[in-house]
Design a protein around this ligand. Sequence first.
Ligand code: ARG
Length: 403
Amino acid sequence: MTEKVILAYSGGLDTSVAVRWLKEKYNVDVIAFTVDVGNERDFTAIKEKAVKVGASKAIIKDVKEEFVNNYVFPALQADALYEGKYNLATALARPLIAKLMVEIAKQEGATAVAHGCTGKGNDQVRFDVSTNALAPDLKIIAPAREWGMTREETIKYAHKFGIPVPITVKSPYSIDENLWGRSIECGVLEDPWNEPPEEIYAWTKSPADAPDKPLYIEIGFEKGIPTSIDDKKINGLGLIRQLHELAGAHGVGRVDHVENRLVGIKSREIYEAPAGTVLQLAHQALEGLTLSKDQLRFKQKVAMEYADLIYNGLWFGSFRDDLKAYVDSTQRYVTGTVRVKLFKGNCTVVGRKSPYSLYSLKLATYDKGDVFDQKASPGFIHLWGLPIRTQAQAQGISEIKER
Ligand code: ARG
């Protein structure tokens, strides 16, 4: 019996060529599998194309809700930003896609999974590591990593086998998108000195063309999960979509990042994440109000570890479960409302409130009603400074002063 392979299929040139290439090279039946993680596309056309280029079957799966609830929002709660800048939109979708591929492979009795990643990026690592973790016996084939064809050769191959070459192939950019963000690289962006041309942006207006009047919005959170906009309850997906429009129209969410890939190279990527940018800032502002100093400080370290782990393809390891447990615990009181101002490419937090706020006006105020006991401060300072006084005296005041 001919073996079956599940191919992660995007409908683009590379994965279309991969369908054919897999059949030629490995003599297998190819089942094209396309996941809807909010990448606006015509899924019916993708399905038809898959079969047209030689797939024995094409499967589409809408996992937008699962993506939001089990991947995007946990990352938001963690404040996970790779190198402090990238909200990990692409990286977060990979383990979910790998998990679904494994499920489909079991259902269909396939012996291998395949994806269109090259051998230079992070995505191959995320797919392969996740697949290995979930199904160690499944073979993994990465045609674009094996075939060694240049762009021109791939196009030639397509022509030879009657695979349609879309006009968009002319675009010099490599773009990946899902509901949490859009990642753009290649073309003129490869020179980090070049300013990104306006044409690469699809979700955000140029700040120069954004409205001259700021827009204020209020985002409500429950236990670190955004649940309302301007007091109107809305589910996660709807909320992201609405914020995406609002913030995008004000030019919010453009990120220009020279990042360190896991495979050791630096690469320049532009991200568009209007909703993500607003939510990240708002969430952090609410944490600033509801978490203690120590919780916040430790959480920053956790955020960095969590972001690295997602970026590096280790989603299905126990370390993530451990970090998630800490993050979940911190989110118990991250409930409240944050007011943000969107204006000319900027998102600024201008107000925050919570029933669990640790901010005490009675303690903070310099006006009347102050309950802070200033008479307690000298005693506190006396003991706080005790070790440094002791050291200065025992080891020489002048020597310390010279440092
Ligand atoms: N650099 C990002 C990451 O590793 C995005 C990768 C995909 N980017 C692209 N333009 N196709 O997660």
